[in-house]
Design a protein around this ligand. Structure first.
Ligand SMILES: [Zn+2]
Length: 376
């Protein structure tokens, strides 16, 4: 299991699962390394989460026998995973989704800390997952005269996925060549290597597309490399970093690219906030209305947004805490202490993007911490 931000496909697939009975168990375990670095600390955290889950399953004693059995089986499977196969590296949290009747068992390592949660519902609790989702996929390409290294990931972490070594004439190859011919040979080899790398990057892009490309390496080599990139890749180019191509670790590459990541995140935020003026819903009431109408293109949330609300267990309609019955089908609404996860879930179901506003929080605070850019 990789500790990468859950991608949109995973979140979508989970959010589309909707059973007719509440037999989906969702668990979130916080493994924040500052608190849970040692095995005993982790074991205690796992135990307390599983105790909570057991209590919640017992509370469902009004469910039919078969459903209770199914929940217990799901919990057993989650327990065995968390007690025996809990990843110990680099994960800041783990999410587990289990439902025996549909043979669902998914465990995801998460790159950022989340609060411990247990939920039993008709569908997986994807809100906390979607909040971590990075919508933009990044690629970093480091190039020198003879080597290239390709990294993929997001501002949460980079992973090296490929290397290219091309032979370039060294001193010992000089032989009887004239200096001029030798120089041309070296330049040709370098040009071939950069073209070769640019082609390999394009092939990789076609298999696994990314939105942003950062380059790095010696200045004159990188400039040359960028000029050889295919148009698709050129338009994704957002910056250049200076790192040692031979020795840089993924963490060092990430660190060098971080200022650019932050800058672009800020830009995305201000663009979205600007678009609210053209086609936006501002504040909880307007946003819930737009979510129910399936008109949300991007949901903007303050990182700390939280508000009570109500949801229809039949159709998913979301409303303010004062509502009693669903205006669509008359079903009695369920009270939610915090409607954030439900709102995110409904947003994901309508393929909306999600933007956790981290920089310009004041702009969103005027709207109660929640707003949405609308599709029409
Ligand atoms: Zn309803």
């Amino acid at each position: 299991m990789e500790a990468t931000a859950p991608d949109r496909d995973t979140v979508r697939k989970l959010s589309e699962l909707r059973l007719d009975r509440p037999v989906v168990l969702s668990l979130y375990l916080d493994l924040n390394p500052t608190e849970f670095a040692t095995p005993p600390a982790r074991a205690t955290a796992v135990r307390s989460l599983l105790d909570d889950a057991e209590r919640k399953v017992k509370e469902r004693h009004t469910l039919p026998h078969g459903d209770r059995m199914a929940l217990e089986a799901s919990l057993r499977r989650a327990r065995s995973f968390l007690e025996r196969r809990l990843p110990t590296d680099a994960a800041h949290a783990v999410a587990v989704f289990a439902s025996e009747p549909v043979d669902l068992f998914a465990a995801l390592k998460l790159p950022r800390s989340v609060r411990n949660r247990v939920a039993i519902a008709r569908s997986p609790l994807v809100g906390p997952l979607a909040r971590l989702e990075r919508t933009e996929r990044w690629c970093v390409a480091l190039v020198s005269r003879r080597d290239a290294r390709i990294f993929r990931g997001s501002p949460d972490g980079l992973r090296e996925i490929g290397q290219i070594h091309d032979t370039v004439f060294g001193q010992h190859d000089q032989g009887g060549w004239s200096q001029a011919r030798y120089q041309r040979g070296i330049e040709k080899e370098k040009a071939d290597h950069l073209k070769h790398t640019a082609d390999a990057l394009l092939r990789h892009y076609k298999r696994r597309p990314f939105q942003r490309l950062v380059t790095g390496g010696p200045r004159e080599v990188v400039a040359d490399f960028e000029s050889k990139l295919h148009g698709y890749l050129k338009e994704r180019l957002v910056g250049r970093i200076e790192v040692d191509v031979d020795t840089a670790t993924p963490d060092q590459v990430l660190q060098a690219a971080q200022p650019r990541f932050d800058e672009l995140e800020r830009e995305r935020e201000s663009e979205a906030l600007e678009r609210l003026g053209e086609r936006g819903a501002c504040g909880p009431a307007e946003v819930l209305w737009a979510l129910n109408e399936r008109r949300v293109e991007t949901l903007l949330l303050d990182e700390q947004f939280s508000a009570p609300g109500r949801q229809c267990p039949e159709c998913g309609w979301l409303g303010p805490a004062e509502e009693g019955r669903c205006p669509v089908d008359g079903t009695e609404l369920i009270l939610l202490e915090d409607l954030t996860d439900a709102a995110i879930e409904v947003a994901v179901q309508q393929s909306a993007g999600l933007l956790a506003v981290r920089h310009d929080r004041d702009a969103l605070r005027g709207y109660g911490g929640i707003a949405a850019v609308l599709r029409f």
